[in-house]
Ligand binder design. Structure first.
Ligand code: CA
Length: 450
């Protein structure tokens, strides 16, 4: 591309953004909220000058990415609203709210060509289960894991009727309580939004660490996030595991309290990811990197606590989460009313770019291995999975694309991990996961199916 072509392209992108700029200025100038519930029209993206370098021009300007309205989705929404996708040459990326995880799965199965999505936000190991055809009626759809969206920001909420019974992070002294419920014929009911993925794993880990067998001592059920407040209120469940703002809402509306934050169970734990269909990525390698660059910039923006009030405002909009800003702000600032205690610690909040272990955005292969190992632990995947896991992870996890995108985006070398393993991980109960020996981890666990 000649210098002239490069300049005209930049001018075109700036002009395209200018229309968006005027509409946003008309709606909310000088400190007024740029958006309010009375106006359901989507605000246009904030114009940001394009920085597309010659040779990095995306093959297409659009892609359809699904999200679920929990704080994990923030980098996708912010990349759209703040114009970071546009900045890297993808002004028409659509972020599409999904009714639930099952809908996201069904939409990626048909792809954007069929009116669905090209990828988006996933719990783990959903991209692996989709690749293997395990949750898509045996239809194998190859997926690529491209970046981690966030760490922490999840919790386990307990119904108010159990307040004062000392149900907290550690359940070691509560086995009798759970057994009593079991023998009375009404086992403790714990819910998550999708089976065999993060939230199911967090609640199982928490229970099992306290000596309670999630398969036999309690009842586990799937409930869509949007239904949880109502279900908790009418006593249909005793516990719920999900991302903010849902656990917080349960507390704010006095239907329950928080027993544990996932950040307490496993500091800087892997949480949710961006994954896309392999066929889309293979066809659009530059657009994929442009999407990643936009998300990385959004993650850095989201990670700055000075921006979190604005982040709460953006996410609260009707077309995104459609919840009061107040229920988002406190958890985003690391303030949690746990019921019997309070937490006010930014390092316990959802984090998007950096955590105590380094990079949040980089998708460590060792974390994918933990999710597959945990799937074996609970009998969701056969034991042989451990033998083939490395090859499968090498096929699905495209940390190499993340690194290329990070370099193109000018991310400091110190912020680009050099090892695909984060090394040995330690949980709140002292259990260790060594990615070099997942079998040793399984052996060390007292409660398991495998
Ligand atoms: Ca989550």
């Amino acid at each position: 591309m000649t210098q002239f072509e490069s300049v005209s392209r930049r001018r075109f992108l700036l002009t395209a953004g200018a229309t968006a700029a005027s509409s946003i200025l008309l709606k909310g100038c000088l400190g007024n909220p740029p958006e309010d519930a009375a106006n359901p029209t989507s605000p246009a993206a904030t114009p940001v000058a394009s920085v597309v370098k010659p040779g990095e021009e995306p093959e297409v300007a659009t892609a359809r990415l699904g999200y679920i309205p929990i704080v994990e989705a923030a980098p996708l929404i912010v990349a759209k609203v703040k114009g970071f996708f546009a900045k890297y040459g993808m002004p028409d990326v659509q972020v599409d709210k999904q009714a639930n995880w099952g809908a996201a799965r069904d939409n990626v199965k048909i792809g954007s060509g069929g009116g669905g999505i090209d990828g988006g936000q996933w719990q783990m190991p959903m991209p692996y289960l989709i690749t293997e055809g395990l949750i898509t009626d045996d239809k194998k759809i190859d997926m690529y894991v491209l970046c981690q969206l966030n760490t922490q920001g999840n919790g386990i909420a307990i119904a108010n009727k159990h307040l004062g019974k000392n149900i907290g992070l550690k359940l070691d002294n509560q086995v009798a309580f759970f057994n009593q419920l079991k023998s009375s014929g009404s086992r403790f009911k714990a819910a998550y939004t999708f089976p065999r993925a993060n939230q199911d794993f967090w609640i199982r880990y928490w229970l099992a660490a306290g000596g309670i067998n999630p398969d036999t001592d309690v009842e586990l059920l799937t409930v869509p996030a949007s239904q949880t407040v109502a279900d908790m209120k009418r006593g249909a469940m005793d516990a719920f595991s999900t991302g903010d703002p849902w656990p917080y809402r349960i507390v704010a509306e006095k239907n329950g309290f928080l027993a544990a934050l996932t950040a307490e169970m496993w500091k800087a734990h892997p949480e949710e990811y961006l994954a896309m269909r392999k066929d889309w990525v293979d066809k659009h390698p530059k657009a994929t990197k442009a999407i990643l660059k936009g998300i990385m910039e959004a993650q850095q923006w989201c990670d700055n606590f000075d921006n979190r009030k604005e982040l709460a405002q953006i996410l609260s909009r009707r077309e995104y989460f459609g919840v009061p800003e107040t229920v988002l702000l406190e958890p985003l600032m690391g303030k949690y009313n746990m019921g019997e205690r309070t937490i006010d610690d930014k390092s316990m909040a959802v984090l998007y770019w950096k955590d105590s272990k380094g990079s949040v955005s980089y998708p460590y292969k060792s974390h994918d291995l933990w999710f597959l190992t945990e799937s074996v632990r609970w009998g969701f995947l056969p034991k042989e999975t451990l033998t083939t896991a490395k090859a499968l992870i090498d096929r699905v996890n495209r940390e190499d694309i993340w690194k290329e995108a990070a370099k193109e985006a000018g991310i400091a070398a110190a912020d680009i991990p050099t090892n695909t393993s984060r090394g040995v991980e330690e949980f709140f109960d002292g259990i260790k996961f060594d990615p070099e020996n997942p079998q040793a981890y399984l052996t060390s666990l007292k409660i398991k199916k495998a």
